[in-house]
Design a protein around this ligand. Structure first.
Ligand code: ADP
Ligand code: MG
Length: 708
């Protein structure tokens, strides 16, 4: 904000001057990065090895520089591209923008990015940053990844489920790529083309086959980059692949612990921010929090507190960063602060290794992270706040010593640190695998248990997830994707249960409503309830609430916002329209960032379903029809009321409660469908709609006839 104000005042000549000096600064910065001194050596290694593992401290320049080295070394000749995968959307976006600037081009030209729901690339893109999940989706259309000469799997140590699956898939592609496509046509890979052709994506794919038939594709170079020191696992998996180490720079970081256990780490974090600000020397602060909701609440509290400081101490700016933040706001963390102003960044664990923020001298680490967990016996997946591992705690404190000696304030006593797990369990061992299985099957891997995983997921989880896909009708009796439902589900970039809901809704003439529902369910916390205005916020929420439940309530919010925008559209410019929507959100206690994210998701999925030819009808005022459609879609998530007012989840038998944020919290209907488990000190279900249990045997006869 401050920067904009300053820029507005400078003349065009000054702007030119500023541009030149910024360019010079960037060039100097690039030269000073640890990877810069090993450029030639690195390129040699890539020429010599088809698979290379690069290990280097966070901030050494791996993500931003290495793709540029490869480009300059000629790896994009013949129009081929370098693909760089990231586990996180934020990293793909911010890094692409930075690298585009370093190259002096507009993002989307030579350097671009592609993440789910946002593609900023063009035919001239040669360095493409993307999420690991997105590359897997691309593989459905181009199973040999023929447009890439090099794939860099970045942040491999994060071990997201998509990274793990991608590594297995790339290993296979590498083997096939050196053979001629004519040969491989007669091998198992026929499966791949067969499926994709059936899938209806054939236009693009057939042409890519024609282009390469009978011709050898160049071998696929694979680079695996990781911040952690343990490269052995990756090296062994790729048949003893060579590991290359980049020497980083790290200054000492003093670690401080609390004397006693901290009962409320949000409060602890807030207090520590102000202690540092008032007592410590200049330098920016980075605090690790667990999610959007927590970040926003601390952001608001901190902003209030700043106002209460004496004028001379108000030189503190609070900047949030998390994955659902609109991308232009994500870049704010990199903007230098004016002299004398201290920046406080409130981040999720994306700032651990994915995004390197300059200027950090102080780190606050409450010691928690939000992560997925899956109970394969019960088939329950939930997001839980866990203690970090030792490796994560070390990564976090390391962020304070990038540019000089720093300090890290851990919000727990020292003996706690020694009790932490050494490293984080890979996600593939603690998540629902139905998405993975669906994707592997779409890629032609029919027997998932035979897939060459870096580390095997639990068998029980595979079977439970397979069972879920069969119940959703995605898998046919022969174990392959069903036609057309399974194929359609694999094409929609959503959780299988949501993809299925869209297909069911298209058949019951309420796809409009279901599209809004899944978009709103894909974002965190639409409503917000500030402590000081609780009653007012509740009253506003009531004005949107539907007696049927949360799904219709969310639709009401979305449609009211659309109505508001439609009314204002004619009189306001785009910018003013956005601003007035933010004002509308504020008045209605709606989280405008979440709503905006939901609207983006909505327009993207809408494009997908339109391309697939699903009829986009609305059921208008026929709420009964929509509720029946919800029951038909989410029949795997049904809970029934018990005499004591708690609920029993029909699938797992687990006892749960309605989450206090639900509009049905006090109403307690007999039978509900829900979309989420939340586990804190209680087990809650969230996003709930009342249904008639008699519908179930009619709408999901296979499942409920078996059950009763
Ligand atoms: P690594 O991948 O080894 O962790 P990066 O290539 O991400 O390192 O970062 C190298 C340097 O570039 C860091 O000093 C970082 O602060 C800087 N940097 C990265 N992205 C941006 C950005 N969007 N704006 C400004 N500086 C950035
Ligand atoms: Mg990096």
């Amino acid at each position: 904000m401050e920067r904009q104000g300053l820029n507005a005042k400078v003349s065009t000549n000054d702007c030119k001057g500023e541009n030149i000096s910024r360019k010079r600064k960037i060039a100097e910065h690039r030269k000073s990065l640890p990877v810069a001194s090993v450029e030639n050596l690195l390129i040699q290694e890539v020429h010599r090895n088809n698979t290379l593992i690069i290990v280097g401290e966070t901030g050494s320049g791996k993500t931003t520089q290495i793709p540029q080295f490869l480009f300059n070394a000629g790896f994009c000749r013949d129009g081929k591209a370098i693909g760089v995968t990231q586990p996180r959307r934020v990293a793909a976006v911010t890094v692409a923008k930075r690298v585009a600037e370093e190259c002096g081009v507009e993002v989307g030209q030579k350097v671009g990015y592609s993440i789910r729901f946002e593609d900023v690339t063009s035919s001239s893109t040669r360095i493409k940053y993307m999420t690991d999940g997105l590359l897997l989706r691309e593989a459905l259309l181009d199973p040999y990844l023929s447009r890439y000469s090099v794939i860099i799997v970045d942040e491999a140590h994060e071990r997201t489920v998509n990274t793990d699956v991608l590594l297995g898939f790339l290993k296979k592609v590498q083997k096939t790529r050196s053979r001629s496509l004519n040969d491989s046509f007669n091998t198992r890979n026929t499966n791949i083309s067969g499926l994709v052709l059936e899938n209806g994506n054939n236009g693009k794919y057939v042409s890519s086959l024609r282009q390469h038939r009978g011709r050898k594709l160049p071998p696929l170079k694979l680079i695996i980059m990781s911040a952690s020191l343990d490269a052995r696992l990756f090296s062994e998996y790729f048949g003893g692949a060579r590991a290359f180490r980049v020497q980083g720079r790290q200054y000492p970081v003093a670690i401080f612990y609390t004397r006693k256990h901290v009962s409320d780490y949000s409060e602890g974090t807030l207090i520590t921010i102000f202690q540092i600000h008032l007592e410590e020397s200049p330098g920016d602060i980075l605090a690790f929090l667990t999610g959007q909701e927590e970040i926003e609440s601390i952001e608001n509290l901190a902003k209030d507190k700043i106002q209460k400081l004496p004028e001379s101490k108000r030189n503190l700016v609070i900047i949030p960063i998390y994955s659902a933040l609109p991308s232009e706001q994500q870049l704010r963390v990199f903007a230098p602060t004016p002299p004398g102003v201290r920046k406080v960044i409130l981040a999720t664990n994306i700032a651990e290794t994915s995004v390197t923020i300059p200027g950090i001298k102080y780190v606050i680490d409450p010691g928690f992270v939000k992560a997925r967990t899956y109970d394969p016996n019960k088939g329950m997946e939930s997001l839980i706040v866990f203690p970090t591992s030792k490796a994560q705690a070390l990564q976090r404190s390391g962020r304070a010593g990038r540019e000089g000696p720093g300090k890290c304030f851990r919000q727990y006593p020292e003996d706690m640190f020694y009790k932490l797990e050494d490293s984080t369990k890979p996600e593939i061992k603690r998540c629902n695998l139905s998405n993975v299985i669906l994707q592997l099957k779409a890629l032609g891997v029919d027997n998932v248990t035979e897939f060459d995983f870096l580390e095997e997921p639990p068998r029980q989880a595979i079977f439970k997830s397979l069972e879920q896909l069969i119940l959703l009708g995605a898998i046919a009796n022969d174990g392959k994707l069903s036609d057309p439902v399974g194929h359609q589900m694999a094409r929609i970039p959503l959780d299988p249960i949501y993809s299925k809901a869209l297909i069911v809704a298209s058949q019951s003439n309420c796809l409009e409503e279901m599209l809004i529902t899944v978009s709103m369910l894909s974002v965190e916390s639409i409503f917000y309830h500030p402590r000081e205005k609780l009653e007012e916020a509740r009253a506003k929420m009531k004005s949107f609430s539907s007696p049927e439940g949360d799904h219709l309530t969310l639709i009401n919010v979305y449609q009211s916002a659309e109505e508001f925008l439609n009314k204002k559209k004619l009189e306001l410019s785009k910018e003013k329209l956005e601003k007035s929507l933010r004002k509308w959100c504020k008045e209605n206690f709606i989280n405008s960032r979440s709503l905006r994210h939901a609207r983006d998701i909505h327009s993207q999925i809408r494009r997908h379903v339109e391309q697939m030819g699903l009829p986009l009808h609305s059921c208008g005022d026929d709420m009964l029809q929509f509720c029946r459609c919800l029951a038909a879609s989410f029949f795997l998530n049904v809970a029934t009321k018990q005499p004591d007012g708690t609920y029993r989840d029909c699938a797992s038998g687990e006892m749960v409660q309605i989450h206090p944020s639900s509009v049905l919290f006090r109403k307690k209907p007999d039978c509900v469908i829900f979309n989420e488990f939340v586990q804190t000190n209680h087990k809650y279900i969230r996003n709930i709609t009342r249904i008639d249990r008699l519908w179930l045997s009619e709408l999901a006869p296979n499942y409920y006839a078996l059950k009763s």
